[in-house]
Design a protein around this ligand. Structure first.
Ligand code: PEP
Ligand code: MN
Length: 363
């Protein structure tokens, strides 16, 4: 099935030196803001493509939903005055004509749209009539097939200049990041579709300026093919994603400090499969530990509650129930029964230790 993704392997190499850098504000807000940002970014020789969202699909009503069509003229001006290539989000199939008419060079499909196969199908059927490079973001929830499915649908529409954007996944776990990277998912896609360029969007993963450099560096270390970074002249007053946009100075600093692994990079190839698998394991292990920490936090709370209400720490029926339900889930997941019993025992012992003493007495 995956073999059927048919990618033009040359277009991406021709687009830029390694890595591809897409930068620009989350949203177009005014002509001035766009032109000022683009002129600044054009001076940074590493920036190849200018981004700005015109129609912003938002999770909650009442947030800034974008300037819409009027922003296309501003993007056109950016292109004329800076020579940068332009990318914007295609949120609805019926926006495609005006986007093309304005001379936009490429489009991205946003995380919320990718989650809806009907919307993707509609977009794909419009794309049959045109040829434009398409960047497909991962959906908000960590479902690799939804991401792959969107890529396949668009590819079937005849789009061969295709790339993926890793922008992280909605975190149900506690996290300092706005979206958890789950690096194993983009790596899996890189392994399955070796010709497919993978771009990292550290801005939407981080959700705050400070964490962007570390995420971007990780993406470069994993040999991802490029970055999409949000840059705004006055981020604090940005109309969308104010916490995660870099100002000009921070962007320059960030780019200067980023280490590009040009030595071992070969466009479109997985350099070191063993390394990619190890990176997947690193990412999954980090998530296991984060989840364990989260479990122990709840355990601490239940310990306090039990002390307050003088409830015994160990309730045998509850423990038997845990063993039964986890055992059967583990079976469904193909995990070894004996291993899981041992693991649950260990977790249980630690949970009892935590509940036995308030945090101040614990060592
Ligand atoms: C964006 O790039 O500004 C955006 C809205 O992205 P996503 O679809 O990844 O949330
Ligand atoms: Mn944004």
């Amino acid at each position: 099935m995956i073999d059927q993704i048919d990618i033009d392997s040359e277009w991406f190499k021709e687009l830029s030196e390694y890595p591809l850098v897409i930068a620009g504000p989350c949203s177009a807000e005014s002509e001035n803001q766009l032109v000022e940002t683009a002129k600044y970014l054009a001076k940074n020789f590493k920036v190849n493509v200018f981004r700005a969202g015109l129609w912003k699909p938002r999770t909650r009503p009442g947030s800034f939903e974008g300037v819409g069509e009027i922003g296309l003229a501003w993007l056109k001006k950016v292109k004329q005055e800076t020579g940068l290539k332009i990318i914007t989000e295609l949120a609805r199939a019926d926006h495609l004509d005006m986007i093309l008419e304005a001379g936009v060079d490429m489009i991205w499909i946003g995380a919320r749209t990718v989650a809806n196969p009907f919307a993707i199908e509609e977009i794909a059927s419009r794309l049959k009539e045109v040829d434009i490079p398409v960047f497909v973001k991962n959906p908000l929830h960590p479902d690799p097939s939804l991401w792959l499915g969107a890529l396949e649908r668009i590819n079937k529409a005849g789009i061969r200049r295709l790339a993926a954007i890793h922008r992280g996944f909605y975190p149900f776990e506690k996290s300092d990041l706005r979206h958890i990277p789950k690096w194993e998912i983009p790596i899996d896609l890189m392994i399955k579709c070796p010709g497919l360029p993978m771009i990292c969007d550290p801005s939407h993963i981080a959700g705050n300026r400070e964490l962007i450099p570390a995420i971007a560096q990780r993406a470069m270390d994993l040999h991802m093919d490029g970055l999409m970074v949000e840059v705004h002249p006055d981020p604090v007053n940005a109309l969308s994603d104010a916490k995660q946009q870099l100002d000009f100075k921070d962007f320059d600093h960030f780019m200067k400090n980023l280490e590009f692994r040009t030595d071992s990079f070969k466009a479109g190839e997985i350099i070191n499969l063993l390394g990619q698998y190890r990176s997947q394991i690193d990412s999954v292990d980090a998530q296991i530990l984060e989840l364990l920490a989260q479990r122990m936090e709840v355990i601490d709370k239940i310990g306090g509650y039990k002390r307050e209400h003088q409830v015994a720490i160990l309730q045998l029926e509850r423990w038997t129930e845990i063993l039964r339900t986890r055992g059967s889930l583990a079976g469904e997941l193909g995990l070894d029964d004996v291993f899981i019993q041992k693991l649950l025992d260990l977790i249980h012992q630690e949970s009892i230790r935590i509940q036995s003493y308030p945090q101040s007495l614990r060592k």
